[in-house]
Design a protein around this ligand. Structure first.
Ligand code: ATP
Ligand code: MG
Length: 412
């Protein structure tokens, strides 16, 4: 099968020029260059991407010197790889390599290898595809493990029976691709997951988190999570982690509202966790700040639910209860709470209250003779509350109110 025309059509002219030029430069050095992995898979699926991985059978950094790439080039000498970043596209260059795993979950030992070795180290047959970029065979599909047939049948299949033991993060990758492409896990692959899921214990928190967040960046993460839960692999990642009908409904409502983000999804996941499970999730997976905050905040907000559900609550009280938490956590509360009044108030906060600011500031009050200090703080807070509750609507109203307080000597 030859894909030269398809690759050419899928890429902007400049990128196609770089890719073909790269194949020629390698050829002049007696080397062969290939397009590999997800880009080939996506091309065959008719959903081309501009995230391209190139592999050379030989020294990638030595080849880089001959490529004449211009622009933003990143070199990673420790890995022998390089990246060229363009407008809306990315080109990665690496040397073909062979990998072996000294023990389950460890980082692999790497040695130079052939294209065949490089494809064999990959996660699934659908990702173990390459397109020849050398002038002699330009466009030839290289498919040693039947990846193309799997794409036609809609199957996610590992390349050997030790795959999940070597690297159990592939379990998450399997459900991610199955959900994204509406594929099935090939029967043996599924059995291997059930056999080897305990090796998830060998994976560091950082790597688990990376896979979890990559899943949450998918269009419909709940599908992958539900598949993972069906395989019994969520509880092992963190206790209390589950994907069910409730979560599916909340995730899809989040998207309808335009709130979809890994932070909101994480907060929805954490909403039903017991406090100690929420803490375990945080300490085990080491999330970056914004994501950790979404988890912490939703746990704190849960404690405010009874207060937020009270029958009569002034707007400024709603504001006080919700202010200071991450927006993602309040959005999750607006989706997750079983109390209609809590959901309504969280919405009110998100749509209106959080934007309300009084227009008088400390300077203005000082001009009216208020001295800096606790009194000033109280007046400012009261003005903000009056504005939130709609007692005043504008600067003139605030001025009148402040004057009244000053004359009477108290903000009552
Ligand atoms: P996506 O569209 O999700 O980016 P991708 O196929 O480009 O899909 P990446 O995570 O960007 O996936 O990885 C690039 C390639 O590296 C994959 O196609 C796969 O061949 C290989 N790969 C990535 N992670 C692993 C892994 N854990 N084990 C084996 N091979 C992997
Ligand atoms: Mg990719």
């Amino acid at each position: 099968m030859n894909l030269a025309q398809e690759v050419k059509k899928a890429l902007p002219d400049a990128l196609w020029g770089l890719v073909r030029g790269g194949g020629e430069a390698a050829w002049r050095k007696g080397l062969k260059l290939y397009l590999v992995g997800g880009a080939v898979r996506d091309l065959l699926l008719g959903r081309p991407s501009l995230d391209l991985d190139l592999v050379v059978e030989g020294d990638a950094l030595a080849l880089l010197a001959d490529l004449g790439w211009q622009g933003r080039i990143l070199r990673f000498p420790a890995f022998g790889t390089a990246k060229l970043l363009g407008e809306g596209w990315r080109l990665d260059l690496a040397s073909a390599r062979k990998e072996s795993y000294p023990r389950p979950g460890a980082l692999p030992r790497v040695a130079p290898g052939s294209l065949q070795d490089d494809l064999f180290r990959r996660d699934f047959a659908v990702n173990a595809l390459a397109v020849d970029l050398s002038p002699s065979g330009l466009g030839t599909l290289v498919d040693p493990f039947g990846g193309r047939e799997d794409l036609e049948k809609g199957l996610i299949r590992v390349l050997h029976e030790g795959s999940f033991r070597d690297d159990a993060t592939r379990i998450f990758r399997a459900v991610k691709y199955a959900a994204r492409f509406h594929f099935h896990l090939e029967a043996r692959t599924r059995r291997l997951i059930l056999r080897d899921r305990r090796y998830l214990e060998t994976i560091s928190g950082e790597r688990l988190r990376r896979e979890l967040v990559l899943t949450l960046e998918e269009e419909t993460p709940e599908k992958a999570l539900a598949l993972a839960d069906g395989l019994g692999v969520l509880e092992g990642v963190s206790p209390g982690l589950k994907a069910d009908v409730w979560l599916t409904r909340k995730f899809s409502t989040a998207r309808r509202r335009g709130w979809a983000s890994p932070e909101v999804y994480l907060a929805l996941i954490a909403y039903r966790m017991a406090a100690e499970d929420g803490e375990k999730l945080l300490s085990h997976l080491h999330f970056p700040r914004a994501q950790a905050r979404a988890v912490e905040d939703i746990q704190a907000l849960k404690a405010h639910e009874p207060a937020l559900a009270q029958p009569r609550l002034a707007r400024h009280e709603v504001y006080c209860l919700l202010e200071g938490y991450s927006v993602a956590a309040v959005q999750a509360l607006a989706l997750a709470s079983a109390e209609a009044s809590v959901r309504r108030r969280a919405h009110l906060f998100l749509e209106k209250l959080r934007y309300v600011k009084c227009s008088l500031g400390g300077e203005d009050l000082m001009g009216m003779g208020v001295k800096a200090g606790p009194k000033m703080g109280e007046y400012l807070r009261r003005l903000q509350e009056a504005r939130l509750d709609g007692l005043v609507q504008d600067r003139a109203g605030e001025l009148a109110l402040a004057l009244r307080w000053l004359t009477s000597g108290s903000a009552r």
